[in-house]
Design a protein around this ligand. Structure first.
Ligand code: BGC
Length: 728
């Protein structure tokens, strides 16, 4: 067991207000060191320096977990940093645990005082071992970080002297919650140069990075002693071209630094923002040089695995926006958004996007950690939190709590991960047990609080819950989750007979109460999509006709978070791939490409985030970096390029190729890196006619079935190219 378990949590004896403390230990290593390992964790975010050198690349360590029961610690090999006389400094900020939101809203994120725990194990060449652990012999100092919070920002004063020493106390926190890092480290993954300096009509000095990112700005603090400089962050300029922050709600997103007269490079320690623009306050004109500002992109260090390219500029931009949406919200946990006073692990959003996310990046480790938190936060009665970690905003809602089953299924499909099925089995079955208690009759989930088809357009733009009957969605999700549980249970050899008997009862309830009843709230695009995608209808043609009729009559999609991920799949499946393409390629409101046309560089939370006249939707709920509608990325890979995993041989052991060329796209090429190697599918129209060249690569250890022009072909690994008259 790591020596961290022999250390004590410590915190300062004095009240330092909002100032971030630094915990210090000085020690001598007077023999030759063979190896030194530092284990560290904190309540709050920490940053460690040994002899003034920053240790590790983990930004916002120790990460965000279900802190009541799980707190990650990190092990760093620090051998090369040790000298004869050593100073370990651990600065701690408020992090995710301490928080500016009201305590009663955040029972598990209560504004606890910060604390730190660490152990340095030094192995000397003479085979002796010395362990230095946090205890009351450490001392504490104030840092020059006067305030730091993920929502409001950070305030640093370089003129402050930090010499005073304070004593520390040991705090008897439960060390059993300590776990080794499970997730991917969040790191600085990319850097973007400042692209343009704008003076807005109001006279504001604004820098445009031309890309919305999550992270922070690294900048040069001018050498003007005592002067205070501020950076504010925003996603968009308003229709007059002025800086717009209203949609951040209560999050201030302000960085404030006071210069000590020495020019120095600064970036926030414990705060991040979601932004494309920054406003500069307190700078003289000659102190604003674009090369002094760099946007640092921070997200979980996952391996990139999916790549998509096509000959349609806007569709290509849409794909880039999907990937940026993922980068912006896969910050240790899957968050809804990175900018306003939320940034929470909303379970609904995560299940909606999990499939696409797992194509773009290898999310296996990322989601495994989060699913463990989901289970850890699950209530006694099986209810799954609407946000994980934290249990904020209650739990037990349809399509949100179903993340408990849908996300492990996606891990199984993408990576053939059966371990996650084993690990989550109890959580998954408990979730279904919970639903059972929410049914007035067996199989009909009609109790509880639900979000519905969140932000769909059928109930008018401002009604967030959409028009589709919430209980219809609940029963449909119940059927879907049960069907996935049966599949997964069989894979790991569980007795699923109970669920096999239950499943037809749920379907029957759905048919009896919600299918083809003639009630308008049962006949929405989303209700038809769910009936078809989840196989709940006894008359596919009837539901297909209704769906097509509605789309053709209004000329656009109306679906929200629940229906959107499946919409295009269903259209393709019912033989209306033409209509699916029409929706994908539509670029007026409402559509995916509408946001692209309006200058989006990430996915928008709502279809109408910005109106055609460039005014904004309600600032109460209007994020420009929400990945849910990016779920269409899955259709781009599986249908446009035509690469699908087969659930009976998952992890792309058996690949299904079924590309659907489209003239407006001209060409498409997708690559997915799998455990077996690289899969490629591409097609390109040759000249004006229908002649199209197809090419497929199947890695060693995989085999494939190709569906093309009503024919079926079997392939072993290799690369194959063919030309073909393709009639869309
Ligand atoms: C979040 C969503 C979330 C929703 C619940 C919002 O405030 O940003 O993405 O799923 O609440 O309906």
């Amino acid at each position: 067991m790591d020596n961290i378990f022999n250390a004590q949590f410590i915190r300062q004896n004095e009240d330092l207000g909002t100032v971030c403390p630094v915990f210090r230990k000085i020690f001598w290593a007077d023999k030759k060191v063979r190896k030194a390992t530092l284990s560290v964790s904190a309540l709050g975010f920490y940053e460690v320096h040994i002899n003034n050198q920053k240790i590790g690349k983990f930004v916002f360590a120790p990460g965000w977990t279900s802190y009541r029961t799980r707190l990650q610690y990190q092990n760093y090999n620090v051998t090369k940093y040790l000298e004869e006389c050593n100073t370990i400094d651990i600065a701690v900020g408020t992090g995710r645990r301490r928080h500016n939101r009201k305590d009663e809203e955040l029972p598990f994120l209560k504004a606890d005082e910060i604390a730190v725990i660490a152990a340095l194990t030094v192995e000397y060449e003479d085979d002796t071992i010395e362990v230095i652990t946090t205890d009351k012999t450490w001392e504490c100092m104030k840092s020059n970080i006067l305030y730091s919070d993920i929502y409001n920002g950070e305030k640093v004063d370089f003129t402050v002297e930090c010499e005073d020493k304070f004593t520390v106390k040991e705090v008897p926190l439960d060390k059993r919650i300590l776990i080794e890092t499970e997730g991917e480290e969040t790191r600085e993954m990319a850097r973007l140069d400042a692209a343009e300096l704008i003076t807005t009509p109001k006279g504001e000095k604004v820098i445009d990075f031309k890309q919305e990112i999550t992270g922070y700005v690294e900048w040069v603090v001018p050498a003007r002693k005592g002067a205070t400089f501020m950076l504010q962050h925003a996603e968009f300029l308003d229709k007059d071209g002025n800086f717009y922050t209203e949609n951040l709600r209560s999050a201030k997103c302000e960085i404030e630094v006071t210069s000590n007269g020495v020019e120095q490079i600064y970036k926030p320690h414990f705060s991040f923002q979601g932004f494309r623009y920054i406003k500069l306050i307190g700078f003289n004109d000659d102190e604003i040089k674009l090369e002094n500002f760099t946007a640092v992109v921070v997200f979980s260090d996952m391996k990139r695995t999916g790549f998509f390219a096509c000959g349609h500029e806007d569709v290509q931009q849409l794909y880039e926006n999907i990937v940026w949406g993922q980068r912006g919200n896969f910050l240790d946990i899957p968050t809804d958004c990175p900018q306003r006073d939320e940034r929470m692990g909303w379970t609904g959003d995560a299940q909606v996007f999990a499939r696409t996310a797992s194509i773009n990046y290898n999310t296996q480790k990322f989601f495994r950690k989060w699913l463990h938190d989901l289970a850890a936060d699950q209530e006694e009665n099986g209810a799954v939190g609407n946000v994980v970690p934290a249990g904020w905003y209650g739990g037990g809602s349809a399509a949100w709590g179903d993340a408990a089953i849908i996300v492990p299924y996606q891990m199984y499909l993408a990576y053939n991960d059966t371990k996650i099925i084993e690990e989550q089995w109890e959580s998954m079955t408990n979730w279904l047990k919970f639903i059972e208690t929410e049914c007035s009759e067996k199989g009909r989930w009609d109790k509880g609080e639900h979000f519905g088809d969140w932000l769909s357009l059928d109930a008018g733009n401002e009604a967030t819950g959409g028009f589709t009957d919430k209980n219809l969605i609940a029963t449909a999700m119940y059927a879907y989750s049960t069907s996935l549980l049966i599949k997964m249970g069989k894979v790991i050899g569980k007795d699923v007979s109970y669920y096999e008997e239950l499943y037809p009862v749920i379907v029957e309830q759905y048919r009896k109460n919600y299918l083809n009843t003639g009630k308008v709230e049962h006949e929405t695009q989303t209700s038809n999509v769910l009936a078809l995608y989840f196989n709940l209808t006894d008359d596919r043609e009837r539901e297909a006709k209704k769906l097509v009729k509605d789309i053709e009559e209004c000329g656009h999609l109306k679906t929200g978070f629940v229906g959107t991920p499946y919409l295009l799949h269903v259209l393709t499946d019912i033989g209306r791939n033409d209509l699916a393409y029409k929706l994908l390629l539509k670029d007026t409101f409402p559509s995916w490409l509408y946001s692209v046309k309006m200058g989006a560089t990430t996915m928008w939370e709502r279809w109408d985030g910005m109106k055609p006249d460039r005014s904004f939707a309600t600032p109460e709920m209007n994020s420009f970096n929400h990945y849910a509608y990016g779920a269409v990325g899955d259709w781009m890979f599986s249908t446009v390029a035509g690469i699908r995993p087969d659930e009976t041989e998952p992890g792309y052991k058996h690949i299904i190729f079924e590309p659907r060329p489209n003239k407006e796209l001209g060409y498409a090429k997708a690559r997915i890196l799998t455990k077996n190697g690289e899969i490629i599918s591409s097609w390109e129209y040759k000249g004006e006619g229908n002649l199209c060249e197809f090419s497929f690569t199947i890695p060693d250890g995989s085999h494939a079935t190709l569906y093309l022009d009503d024919e079926e072909y079997e392939f072993v690994s290799g690369t194959y190219t063919t030309e073909f008259e393709y009639n869309a």
